[in-house]
Design a protein around this ligand. Structure first.
Ligand code: THU
Length: 134
């Protein structure tokens, strides 16, 4: 991926992080996903006092894109305020894999330290029981 696109997605994810609703964990996450035609959707984590109803930033961004008609993605940036970039939870990895196993996942912190992995490397043995016969 081009450096300029990577920094653009990280900037969008940083902006989205500021909108996080995370009063319980106080852990704010921002995400920005780029579709195959370059459209960007953002997301932040949204918590609930019934804690299990909370949703991660990555899934908010993906679901916004899907609900607007997009199904193929080039890259997803995730921004957190941690010492090292933070990798996405298992549930979000499964959701990413549903749509784009080749997508680049850009994990960044506020200091712009980044790590990039493909979805297929983050979740190598993804559940595909309903579409692939075993
Ligand atoms: N969270 C995300 O938004 N993305 C992840 O990949 C892991 C965790 C959120 C969920 C919750 O609001 C907070 O971070 C603490 O787990």
């Amino acid at each position: 991926m081009k450096k300029l696109l990577i920094s653009k997605l990280i900037e969008k994810a940083k902006e989205a992080r500021l909108k996080a609703y995370s009063p319980y964990s106080k852990f704010s996450v921002g995400a920005a996903i780029m579709t195959d035609n370059g459209t960007i959707f953002t997301g932040c984590n949204i918590e609930n006092q019934s804690l299990g109803l909370s949703i991660c930033a990555e899934r908010v961004a993906i679901f916004k894109a899907i609900s607007e008609g997009y199904r193929k993605f080039k890259a997803l940036a995730i921004v957190v305020d941690t010492k090292n970039p933070c990798s996405p939870c298992g549930a979000c990895r499964q959701v990413m894999a549903e749509f784009s196993v080749e997508m680049d996942v850009i994990m960044a912190n506020l200091q712009n330290e980044i790590e990039i992995r493909k979805v297929k490397d983050l979740i190598p043995d993804v559940f595909q029981g309903l579409t692939k016969s075993h």
